[in-house]
Write a protein that binds this ligand. Structure first.
Ligand code: PRP
Ligand code: URA
Length: 208
C-alpha cells in the first residue's frame, strides 16, 4: 500500500503489545500511549524542512538548523488526545487544532460535533492524530474538513490501521500519507479492528 508507512521500531512494537493486552489498565494504557507518541513523532517528523542558521558556541561560531515548516497537530476527539502531548513534547512550537467526531455505532458513519483549527494552516504540515483507522470514515471526514480550511500538506498518524481504512483513505485522499505502527488483519462485523486493541477512547479514558 503505497500511501502507508509502517513505524516498525522495536520500542514501538513492544509498546503496541502492551496496548493490545486487554489486561492493561487505563493508567498504564495512557502512559504507554504517551511514550509511543514521542517515538512516533520522531519518525513522522523525519522529513520536516529545516533552515540553516549560524550559532555561537561558547568557543566559536558554527552552523546549525531550525525547523522551517510550521506544524499543526490535530487530534480527532477523543482518542487522538492520547497522542497529543507526546507529539507536542517533540514538536513544542506546533500549534494545535481539534476535530470532534464519533462513529455512529449502527451506521459506522462519522458524526461531527467540533472543529477548531489555527488560522493559516495552508502553509503548515498538518498532522492528524487518531490511534485507530478502521473503516476510514472518521479520518476521511477530518481530512476533508481540513482541506476545506485550506490545509495542503496533511499526514494521518495512527497506531493501528485496517486495510479497509487505508484503501478507502487512499481513494478519497490520494495525496495523504498514512503512518501506522501496525497494519492489522481487517474489521469485524461491528467495524472493530482485528486483532486491534479494542475501543481506543474507552481504554484511554476508562469509559468501557
Ligand atoms: C474511534 C477512533 C476513530 C474512529 C475510527 O473513535 O478514535 O476516530 O473510531 O473508526 P473509523 O475509521 O471506522 O471511522 P470513536 O468513534 O470511538 O470516538 P471516541 O474517540 O470519542 O471514543
Ligand atoms: N475505533 C476504535 O477505537 N477501535 C476500533 O477497533 C475501531 C474503531
Amino acid at each position: 500500500m503505497k500511501n502507508l508507512v509502517i513505524i516498525d521500531h522495536p520500542l514501538v512494537k513492544r509498546d503496541l503489545t502492551i496496548l493490545r493486552n486487554k489486561k492493561t489498565p487505563s493508567h498504564l494504557f495512557r502512559s504507554v500511549l504517551h511514550r509511543m507518541a514521542r517515538l512516533m513523532a520522531y519518525e513522522v517528523s523525519r522529513e520536516l524542512k529545516t533552515e540553516k542558521i549560524r550559532v555561537m558556541t561558547p568557543l566559536e561560531k558554527t552552523g546549525g538548523y531550525v525547523i522551517k515548516q510550521p506544524v499543526v497537530l490535530v487530534p480527532i476527539l477523543r482518542a487522538g488526545l492520547g497522542l497529543l502531548d507526546g507529539f507536542n513534547e517533540i514538536l513544542p512550537d506546533a500549534r494545535v487544532g481539534h476535530i470532534g467526531l464519533y462513529r455512529n455505532e449502527k451506521t459506522l458513519h462519522p458524526v461531527d460535533y467540533y472543529f477548531k483549527v489555527p488560522g493559516s494552516i495552508d502553509r503548515a504540515l498538518v498532522l492528524v492524530l487518531d490511534p485507530m483507522l478502521a473503516t476510514g470514515g472518521s479520518g476521511i471526514a477530518a481530512v476533508a474538513s481540513l482541506k476545506e480550511r485550506g490545509a495542503r500538506d496533511i499526514q494521518f498518524v495512527s497506531l493501528v490501521a485496517a486495510p479497509e481504512g487505508v484503501k478507502k483513505m487512499h481513494k478519497a485522499h490520494p495525496d495523504i500519507r498514512i503512518y501506522a505502527c501496525s497494519l492489522d488483519r481487517g474489521l469485524n462485523h461491528r467495524g472493530y479492528i482485528l486483532p486491534g486493541l479494542g475501543d481506543a477512547g474507552d481504554r484511554i479514558f476508562g469509559t468501557e
